[in-house]
Write a protein that binds this ligand. Structure first.
Ligand SMILES: [Fe+2]
Length: 328
């Protein structure tokens, strides 16, 4: 290597890195997608005594619900294109719009709460809060906390009442370890970020009338087996941002949760429960960059067949699913 080669090589590496960073933060992080998936849920498990005996026509009492899943909006001043996307997608015709946490990055984002919902959904707009709603993260937390988990979060929660009030004033029902039942055949349970005792989650899910679709909302994918054991049919969460940086063929570099690299977003099957993990629409503004992982909102068509048995291939023993690697 001659004397001229090294500076040229170093310059090329720096320019390439800068180009990738600019693309990831200025282009892909703002390339909002609206995606559609379809989910089928079968029979009751846990939450009620489904007949599930196969004597019913598979389509008998089949119900279809249209859900818009939003997550990780991380609102903070200034916002522009994200608000336009939110206003557009929430103007659609939905049974539910759900928002699974990290709604606000800080109090400056409260002024944008009115852009989170353009039209009232037929059955309800439900939200749960996430760790960025509860914590005011410093650079110290973000950098040192990656090395030593002791410093991962600030010492105290911040007051989330301004967030809850802003949401409620704009048509949202913020669920703080609570449930709601709709006579149309849906029971919704919302898990607050600080968590919930498994017995309490089971109690809330079991308030569902027999045969109703049992939905659960949560922010951080942790202890997913508790949703399975409680008998939830379909659970929606966020937090991972899909990993933000994904390597084709490998998956997310980090999932920041108990999920594997290939499970950082999309549909996941555990026991008789289906999970949808959203890639979310944003991130902490200090680290909002994405590669092969554009931000997304998802329209989910849920077909609930309360009297159809679960297909055998969907069942996996919980013994093989229980994971212990996650620590928040
Ligand atoms: Fe987030």
């Amino acid at each position: 290597m001659n004397k001229k080669t090294l500076p040229i090589l170093a310059g090329s590496v720096i320019l390439t890195g800068l180009g990738v960073y600019l693309y990831a933060s200025k282009v892909e992080a703002r390339n909002y997608k609206l995606e559609t998936v379809r989910v089928t849920t079968y029979g009751a498990s846990g939450g009620g005594s489904s007949s599930g005996n196969g004597n019913h026509d598979e389509n008998y009492e089949k119900k279809i619900f249209r859900i818009l899943h939003l997550s990780d909006t991380h609102l903070s001043e200034p916002e522009t294109d994200k608000l336009r996307f939110l206003e557009e997608v929430t103007d659609g015709d939905f049974d539910f719009v759900v928002l699974t946490g990290d709604v606000f990055e800080n109090y400056t984002g409260l002024k944008y709460a009115s852009s989170l919902l353009s039209r009232k959904p037929k059955l309800g707009a439900y939200a749960v809060l996430g760790n960025h709603d509860y914590y005011n993260y410093s650079f110290f937390n973000k950098i040192v906390g990656r090395i030593n988990r002791k410093w991962r979060h600030p010492m105290e929660y911040r007051d989330v009442n301004p967030m809850i009030n802003a949401m409620r004033n704009n048509g949202w029902d913020v669920l703080l370890n609570e449930s709601r039942t709709h006579a149309e055949g849906v029971h919704v349970v919302g898990v607050d970020y600080p968590g919930i005792e498994p017995d309490e989650l089971t109690r809330l899910v079991h308030q569902s009338p027999d045969g109703y679709l049992k939905l659960a909302l949560f922010h951080m994918p942790r202890f997913l087996h508790t949703f399975v054991n409680a008998g939830v049919d379909f659970a929606l969460g966020g937090h991972t941002h899909g990993g933000q940086i994904r390597v084709p063929g490998v998956g997310a570099l980090i999932t920041d949760s108990e999920l594997s690299r290939k499970e950082a977003s999309g549909l996941i099957y555990r026991g008789n429960t289906v999970f949808h993990i959203s890639r979310g629409l944003s991130a902490d503004p200090r680290s909002n960059f994405r590669l092969f992982c554009p931000p997304a909102a998802t329209i989910i068509e849920v077909v609930h067949k309360p009297h159809a048995p679960h297909p055998d291939h969907d069942f996996v023993s919980m013994d093989t699913l229980r994971q212990t690697s996650f620590v928040d």
